[in-house]
Design a protein around this ligand. Structure first.
Ligand SMILES: C[S@@+](CC[C@H](N)C(=O)[O-])C[C@H]1O[C@@H](n2cnc3c(N)ncnc32)[C@H](O)[C@@H]1O
Length: 211
């Protein structure tokens, strides 16, 4: 939002914006406050129930980002904060779908956990600073329930893989932003901390244009 990667906030007024993997739809709520017309999409009914409970004057759509239920060229912009892309085996299909529903000149700005983090344990302290896995190992991370069913799956792509995915889907990549840890933030949660944040990037943001 502060980085203005979707464009200056004053230009968002009246724009049709699709939020992919919206979860509780924080981005759509902010976009509404700027005068945009967001649609928040998520595959999880439960996540959308959180969005509904928090509230907001925008539509919520329960659907798979790999098969978007919208006509071609329906949106001016699309965005995603850690949504959908890290969790699908075929990210190019999602990117193709997003490109399809964007109008010519439209932007898709999406963030993922920075791929370098795959090589480090998810620890906020010093243990999180030593490489413990191969950056090049694309074996998905899977959590299973007691019956052996996958309940959480995360797919690793290297930075190069993500660039190639964006290009293969027909987008032009105009920026890859690696935000630095803000000096004011002294919080620790999960694998996030000032110690790690000051040394290795936590997030990668891809700015893509549909020409
Ligand atoms: C890490 S959460 C991010 C949620 C929110 N954007 C945020 O910043 O808090 C990832 C979201 O992507 C959604 N998701 C995963 N796979 C998806 C898919 N194939 N299509 C649409 N949404 C998906 C999940 O249900 C989840 O809400």
């Amino acid at each position: 939002m502060e980085a203005e990667l979707l464009g200056p906030p004053e230009d968002l007024k009246g724009k049709d914006v699709l939020e992919i993997g919206a979860g509780a739809a924080q981005c759509s709520r902010w976009l509404t406050a700027q005068g945009a017309r967001p649609v928040a999409l998520d595959i999880s009914h439960r996540q959308l129930q959180h969005a509904l409970r928090i509230g907001g004057a925008f539509p919520l759509v329960c659907a798979d980002a790999g098969a978007l239920p919208f006509a071609d060229a329906s949106f001016d912009l699309a965005c995603s904060a850690y949504g959908a892309l890290p969790f699908v085996a075929d990210p190019v299909q999602v990117l193709r779908e997003v490109r399809r529903v964007l109008r010519p000149g439209g932007r898709f700005v999406f963030s993922v956990t920075h791929p370098i983090r795959w090589a480090f344990p998810d620890e906020p302290g010093p243990a999180g600073l030593s490489v413990s896995a191969s950056y090049f190992d694309r074996t998905p991370y899977v959590e299973q329930d007691e019956e052996g069913r996958a309940v959480y799956v995360e797919h690793h792509r290297t930075v190069g893989d993500r660039v190639r995915d964006v290009v293969a889907a027909g987008f032009r990549l105009v920026d890859l932003v690696e935000p630095e840890w803000p000096a004011w933030n002294s919080s620790e949660w999960g694998g996030w901390s000032p110690l790690r944040g000051n040394l290795i990037p936590g997030t990668a943001i891809f700015v893509c244009v549909r020409d």
